[in-house]
Write a protein of this length. Structure first.
Length: 160
């Protein structure tokens, strides 16, 4: 059930489908006919019909944002983006690569919000539209003169 990995749901299209089903139900079509017409399971139409009776069309409208709210505000994300564009050297690092640990520490220092290193890159991809392949490169070399095994490093090209 659900979408394949990496495929986001089109909430507007889902709402349009529910609205179309509601129009068909109001015209007197049966739930099975409506289900076939809009390409969903009859149980979904049954649920929508119940909601239509209880709350009207408003009840079938798209819900607000789903999931846990972001811990970082839009203002904090803009500040983070400006800081990242300055580069790690501006914060005392010898190399010009942002590591997950460095970005995590930057977020904590600037906002007080602590994240796990693995989550930092999800935030960056979502907030700044980084492509999915902007994942961490695994390097078995050294960062700041320290041996890594392997280090998580990513180079981010910022386009202003």
């Amino acid at each position: 059930m659900g979408n394949p990995a990496g495929v986001r749901r089109d909430f507007e299209a889902l709402e349009r489908r529910r609205m179309e089903a509601a129009r068909l139900l109001r015209r007197g079509l049966g739930q099975s006919e409506v289900a076939r017409a809009v390409g969903v399971h009859r149980q979904s139409v049954s649920r929508w019909a119940r909601e239509l009776c209880e709350s009207g069309m408003r009840g079938l409208r798209r819900a607000g944002r789903t999931g846990r709210p972001s811990k970082l505000s839009p203002v904090q994300l803009r500040d983070l983006e400006r800081a990242l564009k300055r580069g790690p050297e501006a914060f005392g690092y010898a190399s010009g690569l942002w590591t997950a640990a460095r970005v995590r520490d930057l977020i904590a220092d600037r906002t007080g919000v602590r994240y796990h290193e693995d989550h930092v890159w999800r935030i960056l991809r979502k907030a700044f539209g980084l492509p999915e392949d902007a994942r961490l490169s695994r390097l078995g070399s050294s960062v700041d003169g320290r041996a890594t095994s392997p280090a998580k490093v990513a180079k981010i090209e910022w386009h202003i």
